[in-house]
Ligand binder design. Sequence first.
Ligand SMILES: Cc1cc2nc3c(=O)[nH]c(=O)nc-3n(C[C@H](O)[C@H](O)[C@H](O)COP(=O)(O)OP(=O)(O)OC[C@H]3O[C@@H](n4cnc5c(N)ncnc54)[C@H](O)[C@@H]3O)c2cc1C
Length: 397
Amino acid sequence: MQLSEEVRMLRDMVDDFGQKEVMDIGYAELEPKGEFPEEFVKKISDMGLMGISFPEEYGGMGMDTMATSVVGERLAFYWPSLQLIWSANVSLAGFPIMIYGNENQKQRFLPNLASGKILGCYALTEPDAGSDAANIKTTAEIKGQRDLWVLNGTKTFITNATNASVGIVFARIAGKRKSKRRHEGITAFLLSTEEPGLKRKQNTLAYPPEKITVRKIDKWGLRCSDFCEIILEDVHIAEGNVLGEVGGGFRIAMETLNNGRINIAAQAVGIARRALHEMKEYARSRKAFDKRLMDIDEKAKKIAWLETQVEAAWLMVLRASQAKDGGGDYRVEASQAKLFASRVAKETADFFSEFAGGVGYTLEYIAERIHQDARATLIYEGTSDIQELVIAKSFRD
Ligand SMILES: Cc1cc2nc3c(=O)[nH]c(=O)nc-3n(C[C@H](O)[C@H](O)[C@H](O)COP(=O)(O)OP(=O)(O)OC[C@H]3O[C@@H](n4cnc5c(N)ncnc54)[C@H](O)[C@@H]3O)c2cc1C
């Protein structure tokens, strides 16, 4: 598939940045520290990438899904943690505001998300509601003051939450689940540090003393991208911060995930390509029985097969991007791309980790870090089981 001149220039810009500033230190130096990479987030914001798909009138680059996928794959090749921070900002926070926000909401949040002045997050998952997102228990009700919603509940595994200034939080209008429709009453709220009347700390949703507690959860991979538990206790949200319709939140949540899956598929391809790149270097330099590993046919053939699968996965990402840019229903293409690309990434990184022998089992070499990053792509924005169910639904109905 031919990329436009504009997209190729964008890809070259990201490659230039990645090669010069990220390649040698992302995995090797920064990832083990597990700190939020503020300086790098600022750099990609200055490059315009944090608002790549937002319309230009809201400070974005106005680029399509194809361009977003190309950038997503490249960022993941250099450093998946940075890609995930970017992806959550662009696809999970920016996208629903762009599609469902009213003019005031778009003006308030999109230019700041695009410039990197603020970071966004998307809070759907709860301790008892992951794949079964319609089962969320967080409640929203209007108490006392008529123009304020009051939210109570716990969200978990929320990317970017420690540094976010705006979060799309999904809650159910209290007492609203009366019919058999499990997602009845679910509403999307814009939880913001700029909430009128509330003096929240800038650049973090943590709001002392007790209203919003954000706790970072440690994890195996993607260590510089935080994911957190958020406890909401009587948190006040102005009526003007309802995103879309009251009761229309589940559709927003699902449409956001459909779109985000293309981005995660691109991420998986980037991770797999990095595994291949490092694996080839290793195979060329490592000798056993006086032979380079690369000269053992069986090993070279396996790498050839993995590379073939990675390229097939990339074609599926481009196909899903094209389907979305074409304006039609792209759900199946997005799920197929995510399902296949994440499995290929896992298989490629798993093989690399084993292929590297003892060093592949250490924390000092890149192989196992890539493996852990690849594993996450099977889980978020819908596990592989959920992707299979989405695909199956298209031919069962
Ligand atoms: C690194 C990371 C970042 C994340 N970031 C975010 C974020 O920013 N915002 C957010 O809201 N969430 C986020 N998540 C949460 C993620 O979306 C959920 O973990 C995911 O949807 C799975 O939900 P769960 O963990 O509750 O697993 P469960 O839903 O409990 O699933 C457990 C197992 O059961 C399987 N299963 C469940 N239902 C079915 C079924 N009907 N048929 C067959 N098998 C089934 C699953 O595939 C899985 O293998 C993140 C997760 C990770 C790991």
